[in-house]
Design a protein around this ligand. Structure first.
Ligand code: SF4
Ligand code: SF4
Length: 328
């Protein structure tokens, strides 16, 4: 695979030059969601509105039509519903006056199948044919770190899919042990199972609830547990398949905790700058490499989780993590 060009800068002026080199004319005449996290109350380390303004202006300059976009969260709180998240976004400075475009919070999705896993991609992302993903790089207690893959994999999908990615499990069937008794069929609330001369599962319909596993008395069904890293990679891939996407990672306020946490925790690494490119795995891999140069393996030391697993899983799904770094 040809390596992706990734541009590294330490200031916003140079970031504008990097976006010009990536050539945002690809967005001309198109509606462009800017996927970003607009902050959890209590955690001030989200991407700044000024940075959102910079990328929105760059898209407008290329004759695209940007809007800021995020989805409601699956846990209780202000951001669990559209109105509440709109209020939080406004309180955090993401207003039309500040960023020059409107803010859209998505609640609904369209179900797609990625790596045999049904994922509900936010309708606004599903309907777009291009996107800019603006991500704050920081730690994450379960996933090791959060960057572009996590921004999409958790933030680009509906509440149901967020829950699913967090505890992803699908039944694994052992045909040798199965007696074709059919007990699992009525146990499935999603009508995903049929049993005749064979056992069948409709993976698009399966919600991973596990009721069939509990109903089976022979041990023919077991859970297939998937790591959060692989779930995030699958979900991110579902969001971007067949889409033209530009990524900007902000390596500032590199703190212990995810933007969804109401407390950022300690700063793990000094500010590194901005990275921009056209591949999620490449931009995330470059982010981890640059942070390693300053604070080697800082995310592993804090979380005990390998942050590169997300990138490795994304590569198995077809993303390219090879990159050439250009410093501006
Ligand atoms: S895990 Fe749940 S939804 Fe999936 S097949 Fe089993 S019972 Fe049905
Ligand atoms: S309940 Fe178990 S043994 Fe019976 S059909 Fe379903 S998987 Fe096979």
């Amino acid at each position: 695979m040809t390596p992706t060009d990734v541009y590294a800068t330490t200031n916003q002026e140079a970031l504008s030059s990097a976006l010009a080199m990536i050539d945002l004319r690809r967005f001309a005449g198109k509606t462009v969601p800017i996927k970003l996290h607009m902050g959890e109350p209590g955690n001030p380390c989200f991407v700044r509105p000024e940075l959102a303004r910079l990328v929105a202006d760059a898209i407008r300059h290329a004759r695209g039509h940007p809007f800021l976009f995020d989805t409601v969260v699956a846990y209780p709180g202000d951001r669990s519903h559209r109105r509440g998240y709109e209020r939080v976004a406004q309180q955090h400075g993401f207003t039309r006056a500040n960023v020059g475009c409107h803010v859209v919070i998505g609640e609904r999705g369209v179900r797609v199948l990625e790596a045999d896993v049904p994922i509900e991609v936010a309708s606004q992302i599903y309907d777009a044919d291009c996107m800019l993903v603006l991500s704050h790089v920081k730690g994450h207690i379960q996933a090791g770190f959060g960057g572009a893959i996590k921004n999409l994999g958790m933030g680009g999908v509906t509440k149901a899919s967020k829950r699913r990615v967090h505890s992803m499990s699908m039944p694994l069937h052992d045909a040798h042990t199965c007696t074709l008794c059919g007990l699992c069929v009525p146990a499935c609330p999603s009508r995903a199972l049929t049993v005749d001369s064979e056992w069948h599962i409709n993976r698009r319909a399966c919600e991973g609830c596990g009721k069939c596993v509990l109903a089976c008395t022979t041990g023919a069904l077991q859970f297939e547990h998937m790591s959060l890293a692989r779930g995030l990679a699958i979900s991110a891939m579902a969001c971007i398949r067949n889409m033209d996407v530009v990524y900007v990672n902000s390596l500032h306020n590199i703190v212990e905790n995810c933007d969804c946490d109401c407390s950022p925790g300690r700063v793990l690494c000094q500010d590194v700058g901005y990275l921009a490119g056209t591949g999620a795995a490449a931009v995330d891999a470059a982010s981890l490499d640059l942070i390693d140069q300053v604070e080697p393996q800082v995310f592993e030391r804090y979380t005990g989780v390998d942050p590169r697993e997300q990138v490795a899983c994304a590569v198995t799904l077809g993303m390219n993590d090879q990159y050439v770094l250009h410093r501006l």
